[in-house]
Design a protein around this ligand. Structure first.
Ligand SMILES: [Mg+2]
Length: 253
């Protein structure tokens, strides 16, 4: 068990999930917004950490840019399928386009079941059921059948009130490895903060690389297993680092 009193911005790097970590989850992904002060806070963190700050998200990076506008961050989108290696760099997409006929089947499935929201993400698709949680098991069965026809390229993953159909071999953990290798992050200990199942690989990877993986309580991590109670708690902790105050002690076991 380690107690963290604060991190030295000259020796550490931040890898941050967005939804459920920095911003509150809303009914649909399109409803998510940056709370007042978040963009300024992230800008200050970039300065404080000499640029060693990245977003690691399941969203497309273009969505992240809209939410955090006018800020543009280094990041991995769609669970590592997209990478932007510098703040003013191009977004690289590493996996092929999602099969069109499967996307059409998913859209048809959603149309039959009001409350299901389809989020196409270039090489992946998210099926959100937050508005119809009672459909979870039925949706999962239908998705397993549809995805089985593409099992050599795609797999079904779960998250907070969402199923994602993703190409194999991409994960937030792998994204953290790729970003950590960039000059701006090299030699720094990674801190990864996340709230959901896809963050686990990045949280574990941060530990493996000599850093810390921190969890936000919610529908996935119970409060007893989390260092942060809420997105507000995360923002306050990050604000304390920027303000050069001793960040609150965290149980990082
Ligand atoms: Mg999240």
């Amino acid at each position: 068990m380690t107690n963290l009193n604060g991190i030295n911005p000259r020796e550490w790097a931040l890898f941050l999930d967005l939804d459920g970590t920095l911003v509150d989850i809303q009914t649909t992904p399109g409803d998510v917004f940056a709370p007042p002060g978040l963009t300024a806070l992230l800008g200050d963190l970039v300065d404080t950490f000499s640029g060693a700050v990245a977003i690691i998200t399941g969203r497309r990076l273009s969505d992240v840019d809209e939410i955090l506008s006018p800020l543009c961050l280094i990041g991995a989108g769609v669970h590592g399928i997209q990478l932007r290696k510098s703040r003013d760099g191009e977004i690289e997409t590493l996996a092929p386009q999602f099969p069109r006929e499967l996307l059409q089947s998913l859209q048809a499935l959603a149309k039959e079941h009001p409350g299901i929201v389809v989020e196409p993400k270039i090489s992946a698709v998210a099926m959100h059921y937050r508005q119809a949680p009672f459909l979870r098991d039925k949706l999962e069965r239908a998705l397993r059948v549809l995805v089985s026809g593409y099992h050599q390229q795609l797999e079904l993953c779960t998250g907070r009130m969402v199923f994602e159909i993703m190409p194999h071999a991409y994960s937030k953990g792998q994204a953290l490895v790729s970003l950590s290798a960039l000059e701006i992050f090299r030699g720094r200990h990674p801190v990864m903060i996340g709230d959901d199942a896809p963050d686990v690989s990045a949280i574990d990877m941060a530990h493996n690389l000599g850093g810390l993986g921190l969890r936000v309580a919610g529908e996935f991590f119970p409060a007893r297993a989390a260092q942060f109670k809420s997105t507000l708690d995360v923002r306050q902790w990050l604000g304390d680092i920027v303000g050069n105050r001793a960040a609150p002690r965290l149980n990082t076991a």
